[in-house]
Design a protein around this ligand. Structure first.
Ligand SMILES: [Mg+2]
Length: 399
């Protein structure tokens, strides 16, 4: 079998949502600068013309072969699609799509400046498309190709990014998620060190209210999205300790590994991180240094199914669970169904992001009563739904 086409399909659809879709953004590292701190916008939102529905535009990768079988991945951001279209596509055409490990290694070795960031995200997407293709070719879900199923049902934690942090509304949602069966939920404070004591006070007030709302049996996590400094983090872990959080995520920028390790040594609350780290080589120092209690590679960013499996193996030798960041729920579900529970215990489900990221799928992968039933459909188990596509164009970027 040979790869005959590498298509980048840009599709546009209409996303109907009553009211304001994004209610609150999270704290960002840039918030140390007042002009950024004052900016309420979320950067990655779909276009909206006035008060009407959102125009959703997304790019999907489709790898076609001379045997008629294809592989799908996405949605992808434009910078990632550009890397595929200009730099990686020529290295795929004419090659064997089933030799996935070789494809990955050739792409990796061809991109010596691309070990992290958009290039590795592009390699990740190609890897996921190739696993999807192989699943369709074998008429088997990816988790079976990986030696699974180890599990047919995966517990899901709800991520509330984008929802209001006003105490009344946040606690109402927290109770609702508990009633829907989620056994864990993650929240994203809007405040950070630039807000001083007031930022910490509001964070404590939010998590105290959430703990009161859900009781002791629901796990609560806090995602700082790389926005804290040392003094703020140290005060936060001490003051939040009585609320028994399940973890604090990404307190620092990912290059501040020594700060992670130092905080973990002092924190009564487990520390999580790695959502913005890449590949087995990127994660090894996190493990060797003892920087975190939980590692969180994203399959669509850190190197795809092939590489995240290797990261999981590395983490398991250190006894550190891998709980992937949830950019692609379909890919995460396939990988985690092939791993034992202690190696990769939870699927992250970003409630609002998944409405966007799975919008164009015919059968989005969604939790029921706090778990995802692992789909048995071939490959990653998702297909684009033509009924949701208003317009489509092909991105060429031929060089
Ligand atoms: Mg996160």
């Amino acid at each position: 079998m040979r790869i005959t086409r590498v298509r980048l399909r840009e599709v546009t659809g209409t996303f109907h949502y009553r009211g304001e879709f994004w209610e609150q953004r999270l704290a960002r590292p840039l918030d140390i600068y007042p002009e950024h701190r004052a900016d309420p916008r979320e950067w990655w939102l779909p276009e909206q013309d006035g008060p009407g529905p959102y125009r959703l535009r997304q790019i999907f990768l489709e790898i076609e072969t001379d045997e008629g079988v294809h592989g799908l991945a996405g949605p992808l951001t434009r910078d990632v699609a550009l890397v595929i279209g200009t730099q990686l596509r020529p290295r795929l055409l004419g090659t064997d799509p089933l030799a996935i490990e070789r494809r990955w290694d050739v792409l990796y070795r061809s991109q010596v400046h691309g070990r992290k960031g958009a290039v590795m995200m592009a390699i990740s997407a190609i890897d996921c498309a190739l696993w999807d293709l192989r699943g369709r070719w074998d008429d088997a879900p990816v988790h079976r190709l990986l030696g699974g199923p180890v599990r047919t049902e995966l517990p899901v934690y709800a991520s509330t990014l984008g929802f209001s942090l006003e105490l009344d509304r946040a606690t109402a949602l927290a109770r609702q998620l508990k009633a829907e069966g989620f056994r864990a939920q993650k929240w994203f404070p809007r405040w950070g060190p630039a807000d001083g004591r007031e930022g910490l006070r509001r964070t404590l007030a939010l998590f105290s209210a959430l703990r009161d709302a859900v009781g002791e049996e629901v796990e609560l996590m806090l995602d700082a999205w790389m926005s804290w400094d040392w003094a703020y983090a140290l005060a936060a872990v001490r003051e939040l300790a009585p609320l028994r959080l399940y973890w604090i995520e990404e307190p620092f920028l990912p290059d501040q590994l020594e700060a992670y390790a130092a905080l973990r040594a002092r924190s009564p609350i487990p520390i999580a991180g790695g959502e913005h780290e890449y590949t087995r080589w990127g994660f090894l120092p996190w493990l060797v240094r003892g920087a975190v209690d939980v590692i969180q590679p994203d399959i669509y960013w850190a190197g795809g199914i092939s590489e995240t499996l290797k990261i999981a193996v590395l983490a398991s030798t250190h006894g550190i669970p891998m709980i992937p960041h949830g950019h692609s729920v379909p890919a995460t579900v396939q990988l985690l169904a092939a791993l034992p529970e202690p190696v990769a215990p939870w699927v992250e489900y970003l409630l609002k992001w998944n409405e966007l990221l799975q919008f164009f799928f015919r059968e989005p992968i969604q939790p029921e009563n706090g778990v995802i039933h692992v789909p048995e459909r071939p490959g990653m188990g998702v297909e684009l739904d033509p009924a949701k596509i208003d317009e489509e164009r092909e991105l060429a970027w031929d060089n």
